[in-house]
Design a protein around this ligand. Structure first.
Ligand code: BJ8
Length: 431
């Protein structure tokens, strides 16, 4: 199929007003359009309802930024985050926008390496580099950012990032005992106070209840999508599903849930008709590990170009973000914040110790998704995921699950080597 012309739309005047490095950013915009055309629009038998998400990518540096600037004009906060532990429900309750700022691009890494060590996680470098180089309209739009104390690279980078944009830090404990929950709950109270302070308005129980419903609905829509991907043949490619999981971090949540549900209606029809994006015999791969921030599509692209299909992402840009919901039946603020904290405590990030729940969760998702092999993905220098990989590998060996572990960054340098390893892995599944 011939790739359709596609453009990530330019908004030079708006970017100028956001104090961006416009000439440099213009090149990133063009590159993103080319990569998207090659990787996404060249796919065959894509669901028609992917059109909305293509449009979102087209407007990623324009239309959505304009919407956020409109919200900002009303005095509501625009909060940037880097981790799924920051409770977005609180920001939404304040009428604000919560936007994920994790970086998934090699383009901003050299900006970060001018000051940060080279041998730290590329996600941290990419995110920092976007701000340092003034090449991300989202970073230029936020009122402040909220970091967390998950991994060392992140928590020390916040001190340096604070020189460029107001950076607050939420303390996330390293264990999940009773006293950790007490600490965490206090941090959630402080976060709420900070957000109220910025918007000069109290977050009432009614507003928080509504925000919990909104974000629960977004998470439910993504759960529905995940369940549909379990069908063989897969009704949607892993690349498209990953794109949705990435867009979930910057789109308006009510509209996003609506559009995901419309797509799921179409996928349900496909499932009924056994209409898939790959042949029934295509190997089904589950990816597990560190998050893949937009536009990090490298591994999914390699897997699917080799004739397999990705059917699940056990990741924070994936199921870890939406597998748990918040109890909607609490009527006081204290109860609401307590159940909200309970929900966030279920996220099984490798920054916790012990974290055996994640091993069980990986196996559960493997079975639920009808996958035939697990590819563990870890970003370079992410010590917690790289070490926790040992336990995932052991569990897969015990269960006889075909398994491949890769460690990578955002550069294209290892693509050839990864391709060889992925092809060998798929052969193992096919045998
Ligand atoms: S809850 S996975 S979003 S911390 S990959 S920056 S851990 S060195 S992204 Fe994460 Fe929250 Fe955990 Fe999820 Fe550090 Fe590792 Fe880099 Fe990471």
């Amino acid at each position: 199929m011939t790739a359709q012309p596609f453009e990530v739309k330019p908004y030079p005047e708006m970017w100028e007003s956001l104090d961006m490095d416009v000439p440099r950013f213009e090149k990133s915009r063009q590159m993103l359009g080319e990569v998207y055309t090659n990787m996404y629009l060249s796919q065959t038998n894509r669901p028609a309802k992917m059109q909305y998400f293509d449009d979102m990518v087209s407007e990623i540096f324009g239309g959505r930024i304009q919407e956020m600037l409109e919200v900002k004009k009303t005095g509501k906060p625009i909060v940037g985050t880097f981790c799924v532990y920051i409770p977005e429900e609180v920001v939404v309750a304040a009428g604000g926008v919560c936007v994920g700022l994790c970086g998934g691009s090699q383009g901003s890494v050299p900006d970060a390496e001018k000051i940060l060590p080279r041998n730290i996680c590329p996600m941290v470098k990419s995110a920092y580099g976007f701000k340092a180089g003034r090449i991300c309209p989202y970073f230029q739009t936020v009122d402040f950012v909220y970091g967390e104390t998950t991994c060392d690279a992140k928590k020390k980078t916040w001190e340096i990032l604070d020189r460029l944009v107001p950076t607050h830090v939420m303390e996330i404990p390293q264990m999940k005992n009773k006293r950790d929950k007490t600490l965490w709950l206090e941090e959630v109270h402080d976060f709420k106070a900070k957000v109220e302070d910025v918007c000069g308005e109290e977050i009432t129980t009614e507003k928080l209840a509504q925000a919990i419903r909104v974000i629960n609905n977004k998470r439910k829509a993504l759960q529905r999508l995940t369940a549909l991907r379990a069908h063989n043949p897969a009704p949607i490619s892993g690349k498209d599903a990953l794109l949705l999981e990435q867009i979930a971090f910057y789109d308006e949540p009510v509209r996003f849930a609506e559009k995901v549900n419309e797509l799921c209606d179409e996928l349900e029809e496909r499932v009924k008709n056994d209409d898939g994006v790959a042949d029934k015999s295509a190997p089904r791969v589950m990816v597990s590990g560190t998050p893949m921030a937009l536009p990090n599509w490298k591994v999914h692209n390699l897997i699917e170009t080799a004739g397999a299909v990705v059917v699940n992402e056990e990741s924070c840009i994936g199921t870890r973000y939406f597998k748990d919901l918040i109890d909607e039946n609490k009527s006081t603020m204290d109860e609401q914040l307590s159940v909200l904290t309970d929900r966030y405590m279920q996220i099984d990030c490798s920054c916790f110790t012990p974290n055996d729940d994640r091993v069980d969760q990986v196996l559960k998702e493997y079975r639920d998704s009808n996958a035939q092999g697990i590819l563990h993905y870890s970003l370079q220098f992410c010590h917690t995921y790289n070490i926790e990989e040992i336990k995932i590998r052991e569990a897969c060996e015990k269960e006889g699950i075909p398994y491949l572990s890769i460690e990578s960054d955002y550069s294209p340098e290892d693509v050839g080597q990864l391709q060889t390893r992925i092809e060998a892995f798929l052969e193992q599944i096919r045998e």
